[in-house]
Structure formats: C-alpha cells, structure tokens
Write a protein that binds this ligand. Sequence first.
Ligand code: SF4
Length: 507
Amino acid sequence: MTGFRGATGAPGTTGTPGTTGTHLGMPAFPEAAREAVRDGVLRANLRHATHTIRDKRARAVAELADWDRLRAAGKAVKDHTLRHLDRYLLQLEAAVTAAGGTVHWAVDADEANRIVTELVRATGEREVVKVKSMATQEIGLNEALEAAGITAYETDLAELIVQLGHDRPSHILVPAIHRNRSEIRDLFRAEMGRWGRPAPDPLGDDPRELAEAARLHLREKFLRAKVAVSGANFMVAETGTIVVLESEGNGRMCLTLPETLISVVGIEKVVPTFRDLEIFLQTLPRSSTAERMNPYTTMWTGTTDGDGPSAFHLVLLDNGRTDTLADETGRQALRCIRCSACLNVCPVYERAGGHAYGSVYPGPIGAVLSPQLRGTASEIDASLPYASTLCGACYDVCPVAIDIPDILVHLRERVAQGGPATRDGIRVRIRPARRHTAERAAVRASRLLLDRPGALRAGERLLARARRLAPRRLPGPGRAWTDTRELPLLPAESFRDWWTRERGTSQ
Ligand code: SF4
C-alpha cells in the first residue's frame, strides 16, 4: 500500500467511512510510484491479480471469431454518438422524462453534489446505499453527503472493502485489488461492527466465508435503505433505458429495493439505440471479467407502478467531458467503457498500483482521462501522461480501440510545449510546464542545427573525432535520464560521410 491509505481519516472521527475524497495534495506520479514499488506485498498482490485476469481475458476473447469486428463496431458507435452527443442527450432526456423519470444537468462536481444532496434531503432520509459508480467517486459525492449529515454505504464487495479500510480504490473493476485475503479478513473483523452488522466470529480468509460476511452485513443495509445512488454503464437515447452491469447482485438489490433511485452518469455513457447494447454486452464482460456474459444486467426505464423505485432521478454529469470532446486527439478517451483491460496489461500499473495515479481513474486510461477532465495545471495531472512506457499493450486490448499511446504523446506535448486547449468551454492557451525547460531548450537547439546543414556536418565530424571524450552519464538536468540508461556510443563516422565514401557522392 502507498501512503494514501487512511487519508480520509479514522472511523469515529469523520462520520462516513471515506471511500472517495479529493486527490489534491497527493504527490505527482513519479514520487507516488517510487514509494509504491518498494512495497513488496502490494507488488505481489497486483502481479498475481493482473496476470490472472489478463490470461483469462485473452482466452475469453479468443473464443470469438468476430472480436475484431465487434471492436470496430463498438468504436464506430461510440464515435458516432460523441459526434452527435448534443442530439442524443436531448433524446435521452425526453425519453427518461416520458417514462416518469427526472433529468438533471450538472456542469461540474459541485453542481452534481448539490443536486444529489438536495434530492436525498427532500426524501427526509439520512442514509443511502450505493452501487459502484466511478462518476460519484470522481465528484467526491460521499464527502459531500457526509458534510450534509448523510451517510453513504458502498454495497459492491470491493468498494465495501475499500470503504471499511478508509482506503481509496486502486482499480476500475477490482477497487481492492491491492488487498489480499488475509488483509480483507482482518479488516472485516476490525471494522464491520463499527458500521453495522459485525463480521461472524470466527472468520477465516476463505473467499466464500468473506463473501458471506459481506452478504450478511449488506443485507441489513438493503432492507433499511429508502434511497439508492448508482452509476451506469450505458444509457440508451431512444428508450431512456439505464443499464448497470455487475457480478454480485448487490447492485440489483440497490436498484430495485429503495423507493428513490438517483443515478449519476457521465454524459459520454449514452448510446443511440437499444440494439447498440448488443455489441457492448459482448465486449465488456469478456474484456473486464473474462466472462461470456456478465451475471447481472439491470435495466430500468423511468418508473413503473408497483415495481422498483417510485422516483427516479438521472443526473447527467459533464465535469470536463465537453472540454475533452473539443480535443480532436484526446476525445477518443470518451469511448472508454471502463472494462479495465488496459490496467491489467500495463507494466507500469502492475508495478506502481492504482493509488500512484492520484486519480479515480488509474492505469493507462486514467493517465489520459484525468489530465483531460481536470486539466494539466497540477503536478499530478502534468505527470500522468508520462506514467507509461508507450509499449502499446493498452491499445491492443482495448475493446473500443482507444489509441492510448497516441493520446499520451499528445498530452506530453501539451505539458511540455503548452498550446491550445478548452477549459470550461472556453478556448485557452496552456502555458508550458516549468519542469520541461531543458527539454524545450534541447528541441530548440536541435531545430537550429537541423536548419543549417553545413553546421550540422561540421558538428558531426567534431563529435566523431572527440567521441572518446564523450561522457557515459549526462551532467545537470540530463542526469536523471542517464541514471537508468547508458548513452549510446558516438559512431566513428557520420552517416553522411559513410554514404559519400560508399557511394562516392553526397546525397
Ligand atoms: S481504455 Fe479501453 S481497455 Fe481501458 S478501461 Fe477503457 S475501454 Fe477498457
């Protein structure tokens, strides 16, 4: 574990067990990752989990002869929807309203939190159950509710583990991936009783025993809760249907038992037609849990008398998504269906873990999504585009073909060089980050040299003659680079001289 554990305070001192919370104040990726890679238990947990999931995923995907076509179809549907997002969102709003739901638009996290808090207050309740939702983590909803005297209980098993541990999620699909079984058992024993039904005594670390302890603990909450808060995997514009995919059935309880359901969903989750789900209901389970189909698919359209919640509110969250849409290269990150396949193959994620990214969205997708949603002004966000080896494994596995390496390079350029970007709907010019002064000076110097062939030739010859004097390590700002690499040996002869000697002519 990294030093972020417990960052939200101890139980009994802050009220709500804190799953979410701000990532402000966290160190930038290089420092956080340096600390994380020293944690042998964390690395072992991550290695075991990511390798198991990635191998199973590869087998599940290989079963489908038309995987490449499904991938292309998913990409095409998402691209089309993003191009016409305004139209599909209005269509969605009309369909949800016609089916008895209420749509709220939230431009940022504060507005979304305010809307949800007011909706919960209006019910007179002080507790809500939650089904896993990255959007609510992104906006820090649990903390906002806590400030309003409302307790939010996570009901996804992994989220529950994170919440009981006053921890932060470190994986999109398996938020407690950094914990092993004995850690979870100890946590259940120590914490469950403080938030509801205690863990059975004795409690072993067998997965079935742990799942049963969680089931009993959560059942009490499901039967009592009058209000639920959820996210969604998809929203269908033509019917106003909201879709949640999950593996445990806890989400189904949340979505059907309470009287009021509030769903907070990013605007990019809309798809045009019900038929489009056919693609994603094949690609998402195989990419995420290596299952042919996911165990629970819950769909609801507005409200139905005598069946499920009697009030349904949909909070459509922008929070930087429209700005991201304005970036031609970066907008493809909005295709993401949060399968987490890119995390499980990433050599950087496998070693550094999810907390090092200082973002709700860790791994390769976090490295491109967070700096776009939040901007690159903070040290954390400016460091994220560099949290990659650019090996391309994330692109290979992505079921909607997001070219993550391409966006990483694009964002690196934005950080180092600055340039145009859209923030809060306004076109602005980002200033270059301070730390990249040496890089920019080197690029400027090489441009000067490359524009002058005569000077370049003289320089090459000079270097070839002085090659024995060339250091193996760079001084000053270049030192960090050569701390982990050897400088290449200078050739005895430049390419131009070799060409002239071999061909008898200069090119
Ligand atoms: S970027 Fe692609 S692989 Fe990664 S979580 Fe999103 S959809 Fe899955």
